[in-house]
Design a protein around this ligand. Structure first.
Ligand code: ASP
Length: 331
């Protein structure tokens, strides 16, 4: 099959790429016509497009992740790949959501966007979209972000720069592809190991607790007192997983949260693996049943916990899922 036989569905969700003007960036009417800017790609592949929404990506969350997943699942048989045009601010969250919702994915789902709108001079929109079209015709069965000449694993990604065209990175994980004169594919591209299924639900009652020096357990306790409003906490400790124990007993907060049935997933603020076995100052987390996310990034951790809480009623099943390296998010 050549690229011109490939069928791609482009799903527009919004973002700067389709916005108008330099100052007040508001969703513009030409979002649906992005492809008119790339006439040379007509015939490169058979591309259909649809608009899910036209939003700043700060307004995209659990409900739209579910809708997006359902659209992709429903059209899976008709298309060889999917492009999701998306704002950059929350692109790593949506990419993670799709990676978890579309279990056993067997074709590319490529998110892209831009730092400058398609209508602006010296924009990055044109290149990003053109690159996204090309990689979507390749055999890369992953949810990925295509931006500034690299294809990145979506569930390892984070936004690293708001002013440069190199907006995303996957610390500790090589790009899935580099788009230079040639397109070079990484040897670590994943293949599906389970049958495809779409699990499109996410529980928004998850929050992040980023540990800082002197943080008071009492302050945190207020989050979990009274009527239950949290189902999960992503805890970001220091280093490989330490928390302050002398002056502030964060461990007792984690224990109390766990006793109340709130799941705790430990994510890494830097590059490297969480290892709760190394230091005494991690042991309270182990005793409380906190789960190590290993190399998981904050963005993927939040979404994975939301997904686990919405998908599994049984706590053991939820924990088993959280320990499973679903889409390469854990390293
Ligand atoms: N605020 C925009 C968004 O995320 C930024 C962008 O697209 O680059 O929708």
């Amino acid at each position: 099959m050549t690229s011109s036989d490939k069928r791609i569905l482009l799903i527009h969700t919004g973002g700067t790429i389709g916005m108008e003007g330099e100052v007040h960036l508001e969703p513009g009417h030409y979002a649906s016509a992005l492809f008119e800017q790339l006439p040379e790609y007509i015939g490169f592949a058979r591309i259909d497009s649809t608009i899910l929404c036209n939003l700043d990506s700060s307004d995209i969350g659990p409900k739209l992740w579910g809708e997006l997943s359902r659209i992709i699942a429903a059209h899976r048989a008709q298309y060889d790949g999917f492009i999701v045009v998306h704002g950059t601010d929350t692109m790593p969250y949506t990419a993670s959501a799709l990676a978890f919702a579309l279990e056993g994915l067997d074709k590319p789902v490529v998110l892209t966007g831009a730092q400058r709108p398609m209508g602006a001079l010296r924009n990055d929109a044109r290149r990003n979209l053109a690159d996204a079209i090309e990689v979507t015709t390749l055999d890369i069965p992953e949810v990925a972000i295509c931006f500034d000449g690299v294809l990145l694993r979506g569930c390892r990604s984070c936004k690293v720069n708001t002013r440069a065209y190199h907006a995303f990175d996957t610390p500790g994980c090589e790009p899935l592809a580099r788009l230079g004169v040639d397109i070079t594919l990484g040897a670590h591209i994943r293949r599906p190991v389970t049958a495809f299924r779409c699990c499109p639900n996410f529980d928004a009652n998850v929050m992040v607790v980023h540990v800082s020096p002197g943080m008071k357990a009492g302050t945190l306790m207020r989050l979990i007192e009274g009527e239950r409003c949290l189902d999960g906490i992503v805890l970001v400790p220091f280093g490989v997983g330490t928390i302050p124990c002398l002056d502030s007993d964060i461990g007792s907060f984690v224990q109390r949260a766990s006793d109340l049935g709130i799941d705790i997933l430990v994510a890494n603020a830097s590059v490297g693996k969480i290892d709760l076995s190394l230091y005494e100052n991690s042991q309270a987390l182990v005793r409380a049943g906190a789960i190590s996310g290993r190399e998981i990034r904050l963005e993927a951790a939040v979404v994975k916990l939301m997904h686990a809480c919405a998908t599994f009623q049984d706590r053991d099943e939820r924990h088993e899922y959280l320990r499973w390296n679903v889409a390469g998010e854990m390293g």
